[in-house]
Design a protein around this ligand. Structure first.
Ligand SMILES: NC(=O)c1ccc[n+]([C@@H]2O[C@H](COP(=O)([O-])OP(=O)(O)OC[C@H]3O[C@@H](n4cnc5c(N)ncnc54)[C@H](O)[C@@H]3O)[C@@H](O)[C@H]2O)c1
Length: 296
């Protein structure tokens, strides 16, 4: 199936990036938010990102203008009727997602593909809110979408093989590299990354080293761009906690269980960079200091 027009539901952090890369690749793209204010905010972040690409010489001023022309911002789901592919990137909550899919199912043409950008929810559970199960797939982009090149394409037990092929092709058309996986919690990346991050917290709890020694161990010893505790502060400790709980509930294996220190940090509002305090203190954001209260 050929994708000619794309729809993106949600124009937050991820939706704005997903709409931007679609339009940059030449697809007329409808993008929906719930209010004109949120839509304006999302479109401004697309404009800022495109301006940076122009500054760096990645795209020309003309290409920026063409990209913006291809984007149709809207607050109406009815504008998705003619889309061939609809990618949903709204709040990570099953109820609202199922509601959006049930509404879209009645509006969007029958042969169109629905994709979710969920990080942790079941694609199969969202799929059952529609009557187009074989045309439902996961497309998990990474943040920031315009820069990160990976997309996890997630098939269910009933996805039509031609739909999988179309999703893989579309991913390449927007300049990304797809990896194919099945609908299981965490997909490939979080299935591997989350136990590693949880283990770094356990190493801290058990007194294996200071915060900066644990981070430097993986940075300098394994050439990771940042240590696990710094990465946790970036991603958000409460976000990772939430994903760990989902993985633990799915697999019932202790390696996915959030360690007690992590739970205490979440309860205390220490979410990492976004709250100013996590494994590091961000009072001076350019010079974070290890939070010694967490060390043994
Ligand atoms: N943040 C990340 O690093 C990341 C990475 C990969 C995947 N994801 C997934 O992407 C999805 C979106 O995450 P985000 O970080 O962009 O969240 P976000 O809060 O930045 O954006 C979500 C947006 O969806 C809008 N929205 C809510 N209901 C809507 C509806 N019915 N129609 C249209 N818009 C609606 C909200 O107003 C909000 O602006 C989630 O499923 C999340 O798990 C996030």
């Amino acid at each position: 199936m050929e994708i000619r027009q794309v729809g993106v539901v949600g124009c937050g952090l991820m939706g704005s990036g997903i709409a931007q890369v679609a339009a940059m690749a030449g697809f007329p793209t409808v993008v929906r938010e719930v209010t004109p204010e949120l839509l304006g905010k999302g479109m401004s972040s697309i404009e800022r990102s495109l301006a940076k690409f122009v500054e760096k010489g990645t795209i020309t001023v003309g290409q920026r203008a063409e990209t913006l022309r291809r984007l149709k911002p809207t607050t109406q789901l009815t504008d998705f009727a003619g889309c061939d592919l609809v990618i949903e990137a709204i709040i990570e909550n099953l109820g609202p997602k199922r509601e959006v899919y049930a509404s879209l199912d009645k509006i969007v043409k029958a042969e169109a593909i629905f994709a979710s950008n969920t990080s942790s929810l079941s694609i199969t559970e969202m799929m059952t809110a529609t009557k187009r199960a074989p045309q439902f797939i996961g497309m998990h982009f990474f943040n920031p979408v315009p820069l990160m090149t990976l997309v996890e394409v997630v098939k269910t037990v009933v996805t039509d093989p031609t739909v999988i092929e179309t999703a893989l092709t579309y991913t390449r058309q927007v300049g990304k590299t797809p990896i194919l996986t099945s609908d299981r919690a965490g997909f490939i990346v979080n299935r591997l990354l989350v136990p590693y991050l949880l283990d770094a917290i356990r190493a801290l709890e058990e007194g294996f080293g200071t915060i900066e020694d644990i981070d430097n161990g993986m940075k300098l010893g394994c050439n990771h761009p940042m240590g696990p505790l710094t990465l946790l502060d970036f991603v958000g400790i409460e976000t990772t906690y939430y994903i760990a709980e989902i993985l633990f509930n799915e697999y019932r294996e202790t390696r996915f269980a959030p360690p007690p220190l992590m739970k205490r940090m979440v309860m205390a509002g220490m979410y990492g960079r976004k709250s100013g305090k996590g494994f590091y203190d961000y009072a001076e954001p350019k010079n974070p200091k290890p939070n010694r209260m967490l060390e043994r």
